[in-house]
Ligand binder design. Structure first.
Ligand code: AMP
Ligand code: MN
Ligand code: MN
Length: 326
């Protein structure tokens, strides 16, 4: 039995399903969890949707996001199956990791860096978004779409393709998006909620990022760092910097953009983007993270290194590889 059929069969047979996304959730993660979770509910399953991390505030404008809980919701519940979406390794599910031993684990993901940590692993890098894989799975399971489900499913396709601009925006992306629009998804609602909903403080923070921007390697590398106090003094947190690294990549001549953000606890998240040819997955994996060729990242635990040290080692590593080719 192939992986897709194994996952479909396991979901058909299951009664209680935990549907789980990754920490530091993005649009694809939230969309995939909601689409799979609400889809399975339509089939009469008992479902709990889990993202073991704070969800960026603007996503709460989509009503069903309130139904997503932290890992504690799996306590004393004993799901038959845990469906893990858009997460490349078990450390990406937060405290859900401890529940993975007790249930059948089904992994659906589009990261080349996926560790295949499930009992069944449907991992396919040709999909621009995990949300497309969920659409395919829902259709195979016979889920009937209403406009609300179509909108939730559309979110992941839109966000993981940079609203249909990135290199992963292929024919299948447009076909799946068109199908969801036909089923009632409103692209303008998705775009305005996610893109045109900035706090003024976020623009202030972006000014600081631009102010601290460094350009090296003959203009190929752009990077900037946000210390915790820059978030704190504006009442912001790390997810409020979403999109900044994309703006840095947009600079003419830049091939690789890197944004370093420090959390309240001192954890450092490194968010990387490339434009045309640099494959970031190798760098991300080298530092213990993962991702895609044009968007990848890693996280350095609090206390392991300072912000300045992480900047130094990452920039040094990238500079060597950029000069080799550039
Ligand atoms: P970000 O830069 O955080 O928006 O992430 C870009 C891509 O890299 C996404 O596909 C993430 O799933 C992946 N990624 C980011 N951080 C990590 C990490 N710590 N471990 C594995 N993958 C990551
Ligand atoms: Mn994701
Ligand atoms: Mn994704």
């Amino acid at each position: 039995m192939n992986q897709f059929d194994g996952i479909k069969r396991a979901l058909e047979d299951a009664r209680k399903v935990g549907v789980v996304g990754h920490i530091m959730p993005d649009g694809d993660c939230i969309s995939s969890v909601l689409s799979a979770g609400l889809g399975l509910e339509k089939l009469g399953k008992e479902v709990r949707m889990i993202v073991d991390y704070e969800i960026p505030w603007y996503y709460y404008e989509f009503d069903a996001v309130e139904r997503i809980h932290r890992a504690g919701a799996l306590q004393n519940w004993d799901p038959d199956v845990i469906l893990v979406l858009d997460a490349s390794s078990p450390d990406r599910v937060g405290d859900v990791e401890e529940f993975l031993e007790k249930a059948l684990v089904l992994v659906v993901d589009h990261h080349a860096t996926n560790h295949a940590f499930g009992d069944f692993n449907w991992v396919d890098t040709k999909f621009g978004a995990t949300a497309q894989m969920v659409l395919k799975l829902n259709k195979a399971l016979g889920v009937l779409y209403d406009p609300e489900l179509a909108l939730y499913n559309f979110i992941g396709i839109a966000t993981d393709t940079g609203f249909f601009r990135y290199a992963n925006s292929d024919v299948q992306v447009f076909e799946d998006a068109a199908e969801l629009v036909r089923l009632g998804a409103n692209p303008n609602v998705v775009a305005s909620t996610i893109l045109e909903n900035k706090k003024l403080e976020q623009l202030g923070l972006f000014c600081e990022v631009v102010h601290g921007l460094k350009i090296e390697c003959d203009g190929l590398l752009a990077y900037s760092a946000i210390p915790w106090n820059a978030f704190e003094k504006r009442g912001l947190s790390e997810s409020d910097a979403a999109g900044f690294v994309g703006e840095m990549r947009a600079i003419r001549g830049v091939e690789v953009a890197v944004l370093f953000s420090e959390s309240k606890e001192g954890e450092i998240h490194v968010s990387m983007r490339s434009k045309k040819w640099f494959d970031l997955t190798e760098t991300a994996v080298h530092f213990g993270g993962g991702g895609h060729p044009r968007a990848a990242g890693f996280t350095v635990k609090a206390g392991e290194a300072s912000l300045a040290e992480v900047v130094e080692s990452t920039v040094q590593y990238l500079k060597i590889r950029l000069t080799q080719r550039g």
